[in-house]
Design a protein around this ligand. Structure first.
Ligand code: PHE
Length: 458
């Protein structure tokens, strides 16, 4: 018998497995696909610095808050928040954070699975040896040709969605740990191989300079909003994914320690991916701002010229697909957990329902890159841009802001201090200032500046 006093039977079996699962959620396409291309689009060093500051000042406190809320509420994010409001006599309206997270989950999963589908396709392409000795040009056009085919993209998007739903249907704790335990160290090793390749081809010095020498003249307000949004996205914050996982955390897990470990791993992997990819960019003379195609237009070149590259390249994309899978599972968790509490249906049926809705939404993103590439909803955004930008630039930061405010100003400080082991007065005050003032203010300032930029156009 465990000493846990909770009604949940599906706990993570140890704190290590929780760290694995949370890291599995955090590390995904955000690190390997997205971080490099947005760093490239926003000029490199200065953007990276702002992103690192956002992780430390905003991401870490919000992650601590989310895990703690899950652990205290022991249910889906919506229900956890309702439970906490009820127990402490606070307005139930705060559970809106949970509802917003459910909507955000649908939005993110829909486009996330599309990109993960591209990755699945690249697994096969690399294993086939097609890129052996291929030039940057042919790798680039192979990508454009693939995107131009709605049928192929739909096929792989659907494949990834089906695999995700299969795992979600089986429940979070099973399968996930195996996946993360072996695939994450393997991604790490292959990134080291790619970095070694970068050193060998001579692109690494320029890559490191690009990513780590801040040039503030290339930084504008929009880049700051993107960095902030990405800090939330990459750490899986602001929509309840980590909160939902926190609900299954064993009582003895240290929330603070776990958060630092996850944030460190996530940042490390993103920086490694960035270094590896920009080394290829500079060695090949490619443009650093190649947008969503950057990963697919660079990494195959490197593996194409390495011995055993077809195998290791295929393996690399396979591992990225697995990392995406462990993230996708976590994106669906707040929704699936909530619906399971509400209606008497099997988890499998609920998972399939969620999958179908996401699939329908995701088709908008699939077609954004071909048939509907000229369909612009607002500004000059395609369906994909809308899903991507609205979730990352608005929904996640807003969710994070409200979570920080809830933890600092609504939840009684005594239970927070106890949960986080804040024994001294100074520590309690420091935490309160960070999560209650610094974090929310930082998000607000970034928002207001961006809004002003949109309106006054500076
Ligand atoms: N953190 C994941 C990644 O970097 C994506 C994610 C976003 C997962 C939001 C859960 C919630 O790929």
């Amino acid at each position: 018998m465990s000493e846990l006093t909770t009604e949940r039977s599906d706990m993570w079996s140890s704190s290590f497995i929780f760290v694995l699962a949370a890291a599995g959620s955090a590390v995904g396409l955000g690190n390997i696909w997205k971080f490099p291309y947005i760093a490239g689009e926003n000029g490199g060093g200065a953007f990276v610095l702002v992103y690192l500051i956002c992780i430390a000042v905003i991401g870490v406190p919000v992650m601590i808050s989310e895990i703690m809320l899950g652990k205290l509420g022991r249910a889906s994010p919506i229900q956890s928040l309702l439970n906490l409001c009820k127990t402490h006599n606070k307005p139930a309206g705060w559970s809106a954070i949970g509802y917003m997270g459910v909507v955000t989950g649908f939005v993110i999963l829909s486009f996330y699975a599309v990109i993960a589908g591209w990755v699945c396709y690249y697994v096969l392409r690399l294993f086939s040896g097609e890129f052996t000795g291929a030039s940057a040009e042919s790798v680039g056009s192979a990508f454009s040709e693939f995107l131009a085919s709605p049928l192929q993209v739909t096929l792989f998007f659907t494949l990834f969605m089906v695999i995700t739903i299969f795992f979600v249907a089986r429940g979070v704790t099973r399968g996930l740990e195996l996946c993360v335990r072996y695939s994450m160290p393997a991604v790490f090793v292959l990134l080291i191989v790619l970095i070694g390749y970068g050193v060998h081809t001579g692109g690494m010095a320029e890559s490191a300079k690009f990513l780590f020498t801040p040039d503030f003249s290339s930084l504008n307000a929009q880049a700051v909003v993107i960095a902030l949004g990405h800090a939330f996205f990459t750490l899986s914050l602001g929509m309840g994914a980590i909160m939902a996982y926190g609900a299954y955390v064993p009582q003895n897990v240290s929330v603070v320690q776990t958060t630092f470990t996850i944030a460190f791993l996530d940042t490390l992997l993103a920086l490694m991916a960035g270094l590896a990819i920009f080394a290829i960019v500079f060695a090949e003379g490619l443009p650093p701002d190649s947008s969503v195609g950057l990963l697919f237009q660079t990494v195959p070149i490197a593996f194409g010229s390495l011995p055993g590259g077809a195998f290791f390249g295929g393996l690399f994309f396979l591992l990225v697909a697995l990392a995406a899978l462990t993230s996708a599972i976590s994106i669906s968790e707040p929704v699936v957990a909530y619906v399971s509490e509400r209606i008497k249906a099997t988890r499998a049926k609920i998972a399939i329902g969620v999958g179908v809705v996401c699939w329908l939404l995701g088709m908008g993103s699939v077609l954004s890159f071909n048939v509907w590439s000229d369909v612009k909803l607002f500004f000059d955004w395609t369906f994909f841009d809308v899903f991507d930008k609205v979730s990352q630039l608005v929904l996640l930061p807003l969710g994070g802001l409200l979570i920080a405010l809830f933890v600092a100003w609504v939840l009684p400080s005594t239970i927070v201090n106890e949960e986080l082991g804040l024994v001294t007065k100074q520590r309690q005050q420091a935490w309160r200032v960070i999560v209650g003032v610094v974090t929310p203010l930082a998000v607000l300032v970034v928002f207001v500046v961006e809004l002003a930029r949109e309106i006054f156009g500076f």
